[in-house]
Each structure stands twice: as structure tokens, then as C-alpha cells.
Design a protein around this ligand. Structure first.
Ligand code: 5GP
Ligand code: MN
Length: 387
């Protein structure tokens, strides 16, 4: 229930109506409370969620999907929600638009995930076409699911989008969207609680959700690690999530090849642009092949560059053979996502963004070096803010 804190009532006295309606410790209630949204907006929010609740009253055929190259938040939210909905009696198919790293295979339900490929395309199409509900997680523009994007757009299903990225596309019938949330898993937890189903979150579901929150906060180190994050993971641990096991599975089950690759990259490939407080790796396809690099093997590499003292912006350029994939990481207020979206066909969060080009590795790095010239004052400012 709402607590009568003074700020809340001050706002009420300014003319906003009370929002004392929700009984659960719920996301929308917190949202109302924190942002003092007017009652009409709140009711709209509730009407939207009512539409989802109504839709889920009977058993549905549900497709759950997430973005290209799913990370722990993407797969954790997908399998967390899927396992929950299966418990509610729905029939659920999780479909990913691409493969994902082996360090996520431990999640419950992983063996039933359908991965989109040329061979499975017809099967995926059939699932999407026949779905009554499609739940899209951890992305909010349909091109992030590649060929599946148009299938989902054209599907007649009731569409749900749960996400924390900027600039969402308006394709969903119900959207739980909050850029302040550290991870989609955090939003999924709150949605299940809002449904009054906290008791259905078991150890397996809790571990899926914990994984996404842990990785999207950089192991509870990034600025997005809010009080709410700690409250949610406290609940998940209370439910039974084995947090040490999840961390071990995700961070500390390297192959020798991967570890040697990281060693090689750190000693041979790390470049510094001191005047721009920027560090980057540019990795060729041959180098990836030399270490038999698999999906996920370069994950986290860019963070080593960001861990250097005096670095504000870190970049990984990876020549995957069919173009260059770029990962940006920054500290403080430096907008990595602006560089990604303005110059490199991408986007993301302020401190973690990605993009791609169809140029060569050299051309891509040259373009980047030109682009950051304009950002020098901002890079310097962030460095000063560190101290
Ligand atoms: P990563 O560097 O781990 O691939 O991506 C970091 C973040 O950047 C992701 O969580 C995602 O939000 C965003 N991102 C990565 N690639 C793309 C892309 O191609 N387009 C958009 N819009 N965002 C991306
Ligand atoms: Mn996420």
C-alpha cells in the first residue's frame, strides 16, 4: 500500500489525484508514486495491463522471443517468463533469432528453445502465425530480431513488449517499458509480482531472472544498480536462486581457447588514443578463427579496455566476416549510444551500446577516429568528473 510520505502528498495538493489503487508491491504503483503521474494516465496503464490479464485468462499458444545474439538478460527473461507461463497452463515456445553462448545453456528450458535458421524458418513462421500471444523481450525495435521482425509485425497475435532500451517502436498491444530498469529480467519479476503470482517464481525461474539482472548491471557494479535491483535480487535469492552458481556458470566457465584469446587481445591488440581517453580493440576474422572463437567468446572483452585508469570510452571492433560488429562502453554521462546510433547503425544504452558497418575493419576504425574528434570536450569532462 502507499505510504503517506510528504512529497507524495505535496504533489497531491498541487492538483494531482491520488493513485491509491494498487494493492501489490507493483511496478506501476512505484512508477505512479515516483513520477506522480495523473490518475488518468494511471488508469490507462491499468487498462493496458487489464487487457493483458484478460488475454491470459484462458490457456494461450504463446511465442516468446528476444533479440539477435541473446545475452543473459535476453535469454534469462525469455526462459524466466516462459517457465512461469507454462506453470500457468499456457503452451509456450521460446524462439531466438540467432544462436547464443554456451554459458547460458544451463537455464531451465534451454533444450526446448527454437533457434531461427534457414532450416527452421518455416517452423518459426508457423509458430509466429499461430500464436495467440507474442512476448518480445529485451529489445524494442523489430529489426533487432532480423527476419523474424516482419513475421512478428504481421502476426495477428496479441503482442507484448517488455524492455528497458531507448526509443521503442510502437508495435505492441501491451508494453512494459522502463529505461530506468537495469534489466528486462527486473521488469519481468515485477510483472509476475503485479499479476499476484510471486509464489509461482521457483528456483529455476529465479535463477533465470537473477542471471539477467547480474549481467546487465555488470555484476552489480554499473550505475544502473539501484536500490530496486538489490531488492529484487534479495527476493530472488530468498526464493532459492543460487547466486554463486549463476555467477560461476556465466563468468567462470571459460574454455582455454577463450582465455588465451583474451590474453592475446590484451597483449597484442589493445590500442589507446590518450588524447581522447579512449581504448579499443580491432579484431580480425583470422584472429577469431585462430582461437576457434565461438559465440560469446568476445563478450566482456571490451570491459577490460574500459577498466584502464583514465579511459572514458572503450570500443571493440570485431570483423565477423560479413561486416564489422562494434561494442561501445563508456563511463558517466558519456553517450556511447549516440555515437552508435548516429554513425554506426546501432543504438543501446548510454554506457553500453552496439552497432555495425559493412565496411572493412580498417575503414570502420578510421571512421570512428574521425567521429570522436568532436567528442573530445565531452570525453575530457567525464574524466574530470571521475575525480
Ligand atoms: P553489446 O556490445 O553487448 O553487443 O551490446 C550492448 C548493448 O548495445 C545491447 O544491450 C543493446 O542494447 C545495444 N546494441 C547492440 N547492438 C545493437 C544494434 O545493432 N542496434 C541497437 N539498436 N542496439 C544495439
Ligand atoms: Mn537487457
Amino acid at each position: 500500500m502507499l505510504s503517506p510520505d510528504s512529497e507524495y502528498f505535496t504533489k497531491l495538493n498541487d492538483g494531482l489525484k491520488p493513485v491509491k489503487i494498487v494493492v501489490f508491491e507493483s511496478y506501476s504503483y512505484q512508477l505512479c508514486r515516483l513520477t506522480f503521474i495523473p490518475l488518468e494516465w494511471y488508469l490507462l496503464l491499468m487498462r493496458e495491463i487489464e487487457s493483458l490479464i484478460n488475454q491470459l485468462k484462458k490457456p494461450n499458444r504463446i511465442v516468446v522471443t528476444t533479440h539477435h545474439k541473446p545475452d543473459a538478460d535476453a535469454l534469462g527473461s525469455s526462459l524466466g517468463i516462459a517457465n512461469y507461463l507454462i506453470k500457468k497452463g499456457h503452451s509456450v515456445q521460446v524462439i531466438t533469432p540467432s544462436d547464443y553462448p554456451e554459458f547460458l545453456f544451463w537455464m531451465k528450458g534451454n533444450e526446448n528453445v527454437l533457434v531461427y535458421s534457414e532450416e527452421s524458418a518455416a517452423q518459426v513462421q508457423a509458430f509466429v502465425e499461430h500464436a495467440e500471444v507474442i512476448i518480445t523481450l529485451d529489445f524494442s525495435v523489430l529489426h533487432r530480431i532480423n527476419e523474424m521482425g516482419e513475421m512478428v509485425r504481421n502476426a495477428k497475435a496479441f503482442k507484448v513488449n517488455i524492455d528497458h532500451h531507448l526509443d521503442p517502436e510502437d508495435f505492441a498491444d501491451y508494453r512494459l517499458w522502463n529505461t530506468k530498469a537495469a534489466s528486462t529480467c527486473e521488469l519481468c519479476y515485477q510483472l509476475i509480482v503485479e499479476f499476484g503470482d510471486k509464489h509461482l517464481i521457483d528456483k529455476d525461474i529465479a535463477e533465470c531472472l537473477y542471471a539477467g539482472i547480474m549481467t546487465d548491471t555488470g555484476g552489480f557494479r554499473h550505475q544502473n544498480t539501484t536500490k530496486n535491483v538489490h531488492e529484487v535480487v534479495a527476493q530472488l535469492i530468498d526464493i532459492g536462486a543460487d547466486n554463486a552458481k549463476v555467477a560461476k556458470n556465466i563468468y567462470d566457465r571459460n574454455s582455454l581457447n577463450r582465455l588465451r584469446f583474451i590474453g592475446f587481445a590484451l597483449s597484442e591488440k589493445l590500442e589507446i588514443l590518450p588524447e581522447y581517453h579512449t581504448a579499443y580493440f580491432a579484431i580480425t576474422n583470422d584472429e577469431l578463427n585462430r582461437f576457434e572463437s565461438k559465440t560469446g567468446d568476445t563478450e566482456g572483452l571490451v570491459n577490460y579496455a574500459l577498466s584502464l585508469d583514465g579511459i572514458v570510452l572503450a570500443v571493440l571492433f570485431k570483423d565477423a566476416g560479413d561486416g564489422v560488429k562494434i561494442s561501445f562502453r563508456s563511463i558517466g554521462a558519456f553517450p556511447a549510444n549516440e555515437i552508435a546510433s548516429t554513425y554506426f547503425n546501432g543504438g543501446g544504452h548510454r554506457n553500453a551500446a552496439g552497432g555495425k558497418t559493412e565496411w572493412t575493419l580498417e575503414e570502420t576504425v578510421e571512421k570512428f577516429k574521425t567521429v570522436i574528434k568532436d567528442y573530445r570536450p565531452l570525453l575530457e569532462k567525464e574524466l574530470l568528473n571521475l575525480n
